[in-house]
Design a protein around this ligand. Sequence first.
Ligand SMILES: C[S@@+](CC[C@H](N)C(=O)[O-])C[C@H]1O[C@@H](n2cnc3c(N)ncnc32)[C@H](O)[C@@H]1O
Length: 488
Amino acid sequence: MNDRPRPARSRRPDRPPRRPRRDPVRLLAFEALRAVDERDAYANLVLPPLLARARRSEGLDDRDAALATELVYGTLRRQGTYDAVIGACADRPLRGIDPPVLDVLSLGAHQLLGTRIPRHAAVSSTVELARMVLGEGPAKFVNAVLRRISARDLEEWIDHLAPPADRDPEEYLALRHAHPRWVVSALWDALEPGGRRTDREGIEALLIADNERPEVTLVARPGRSEPEELLVGGALPGRWSPHAVRLVEGGDPGALPAVREGRAGVQDEGSQLVAAALVAAPLEGPDTRWLDGCAGPGGKAALLAALAAGRGAGLLAVERRPHRARLVAGVLEGAPGVQLTVAADTTRPAWRPASFDRVLVDVPCTGLGALRRRPEARWRRRPEDLERFAPLQRALLREALWAVRPGGVVAYATCSPHPAETRAVVEDVLAEAGTGPAAAPAAEWIDARPTMPGVPHLGAGPDVQLWPHLHGTDAMYLALLRRADRAL
Ligand SMILES: C[S@@+](CC[C@H](N)C(=O)[O-])C[C@H]1O[C@@H](n2cnc3c(N)ncnc32)[C@H](O)[C@@H]1O
């Protein structure tokens, strides 16, 4: 404590102009937005170190950190809608606004339209930020635009900017729920195959769910921990997976000994269901050799390894990128049973055909099923990405079918519900199957629904699509295929 008397404060008329007030929360949010914008960084990776630094150097507390997180995630998630509003309020086209100025404007728009921060505080704090990071001239521009934005609330802006819902429902939903139009269209196709557009409530519920931050779900890896061990601090059992625990009241998973020791982990319930479904698929004959052909970073491999150990089976976890293969090896460290991680290309297998009894390929995809987790992802993805992944997805499924023995089971999974990455891949590979060595061996599409007992809304089969708004999971897709029971 400093007990020295302080000089009385006096207001002197000749005081120099006030320097911008330093606001660590908004500065941090701006820094995170710049990193995402400039370096294509992921918000969920950029933010934690920035928060840790600000806690150390600026004394940021939990409330500040929560506000900074909300500002960054909310601004990124609703970027398309805020761009439309800013475009309507600026005296120049959006393309003519410098990216750092646009980031400050988006941050201000989010405070005005997406939070309960009072109007004057949202405007003045953002103008102060602009003064500090951009200078006096841009700060005046920011001030003028934010004042125009503040004339309406979000609902009023949407009514003003969006076409009538019945004239152009996709464009309307895109603006209202802040998704690119092509994503709305793709999700609607996935929800209602066949191009019908009748389930307005369904698509709207899905888009709303995409804008909510998912609760953290843990997996108790069987044989290594029990869900009961994780049921602390108001946590609840999972809805569908017997291994899941939901941290409904938040909390730091890293504080739990089972998570620190790798006996449990953070894993969406949809991912748990997919891994467990492969194991639940009926199989005749030997059942000792399992393959995860797309293992990094290792969430499903860890659950598979635990389930394999319980049955006396072993797991080979394959991941093409070496640094991700190291993550897999780390997750599997200390797991009971037999497992091996290798950095290799599953489309150029080092194993002989028919070496495995069960095979999972959780293929690289657009990630349109995990938009809840990555606020910036929807704006980065392009329809062309679908074409980029298509050959690899088919090659991985083909090789998975070669890798499994006749009568064995392959699980094809994606964290995207887009029909081009899900059913179309399976249909194409099955259509060519059995036609020669470049094609997949003959296989049968088996019903995946019985492998998820108790899970509702599984559709008409044989494949399964999970949904954030129906299941509270990521939109994971699963198809189960059995290699034809004859030697080829
Ligand atoms: C969707 S992720 C898998 C997620 C993982 N199953 C989990 O639950 O943690 C797809 C992974 O496949 C890997 N991959 C892509 N092409 C591959 C290939 N040809 N062979 C092996 N792995 C590949 C990617 O590097 C990526 O790590």
